[in-house]
Design a protein around this ligand. Sequence first.
Ligand code: ZN
Length: 71
Amino acid sequence: MSKLLTLILVIVAVWSLAKGFRRKDPSRHAPEAAPEQMVNCHYCGLYLPQSEALAEAGKFFCCAEHRRRAG
Ligand SMILES: [Zn+2]
């Protein structure tokens, strides 16, 4: 019976360690801390962040050339 208790304690210890490592990992990497709104170019369909896109009449474009061609 004490052998089983030791086994359970070992499993719990390993599990909590693994859980701790997993919790530490994403904060270190922080892949998308501030996810930006992504938009599609209305002309060619290119996917780009809204801050890099050119907006006109509620539509987004990847460059001035595509905005001019679509307009
Ligand atoms: Zn485009």
